[in-house]
Design a binder for this molecule. Sequence first.
Ligand SMILES: Nc1ncnc2c1ncn2[C@@H]1O[C@H](COP(=O)(O)OP(=O)(O)O)[C@@H](O)[C@H]1O
Ligand SMILES: Cc1ncc(COP(=O)(O)O)c(N)n1
Length: 279
Amino acid sequence: MTGQTGFARALTVAGSDSGGGAGIQADLKTMQELGVFGMSALTAVTVQNSLGVHGVHPLEPAAVADQAEAVLSDIGADAVKTGMLFSSEVIEAVCDVLERYAVRRLTVDPVMIAKGGASLLRAEAVAAMVRRLLPMAEIVTPNVPEACALLGLPEDAIRDETDMADAARQIRLLGPEYVLVKGGHLGETEAETRTECADVLAGGSDLLRVLRSPFIPTRHTHGTGCTLSAAITAYRARGLAMEEAVRGAKDFVSKAIAYAVPTGGGIGSLWHAAHRRAE
Ligand SMILES: Nc1ncnc2c1ncn2[C@@H]1O[C@H](COP(=O)(O)OP(=O)(O)O)[C@@H](O)[C@H]1O
Ligand SMILES: Cc1ncc(COP(=O)(O)O)c(N)n1
């Protein structure tokens, strides 16, 4: 038997979601669906289902760093993403490894709070994320509350697309080459009249794009952010240009939301194979 040559590889550094919809599980499903060989460095085991996060068991920072090192020193990765990192110690340990292997195609999903409200990043770790991780990122993908936290703004400071664009430009000044501020949380209170979900991409020399997609009226949105950032990472691993990668990822996540599955009695999860049906 011969192996496949010329395949793209991606590494995710993130937490496990026992419910299967977010975290490492969403990342690996997305990478596989997009034809990329997915690998993982686990940061924490979360006890999670559709009703929320019931426990968080972080791994030792050295255990996280060793997993990333094992992957990068042997298999290699064409692109890397980070998700739930939990503590400043884990951020520091992961940054040391990414720096050592000169990882360039790095997507940072600055995961802070799960949809049910549980904290997936200690408050003290935001400073380490800003100081060490953001300058290494090729793209950072905050949702609206995360963008506020990165900029030290009150959590209701971003109210419309103009505010999202301002925030994206300001976060760029923290070091990442591109910033995608995601608008899934904007207008949550007007769900009945909402027609679209817009994300703002800033980067390159003077790129500013508003990426629009139809709003899908569903409560089953567990894993949207993880899936979007994993798809960007997979497309970058395959060598697509950044704007193309982000547009492709938004399309992938929209389809996965449209065919979301009502797993459990709470917030259900995306269906990562949906793009196959829609093609
Ligand atoms: N109900 C929805 N319909 C269509 N797109 C959505 C919906 N909810 C979120 N999205 C999209 O999913 C992606 C993730 O956004 P968001 O939910 O804001 O991130 P997070 O999961 O990090 O909170 C974005 O591209 C956003 O526009
Ligand atoms: C382990 C883990 N990582 C990330 C999320 C965020 O999920 P979402 O994409 O719904 O914001 C989560 N709920 N659990």
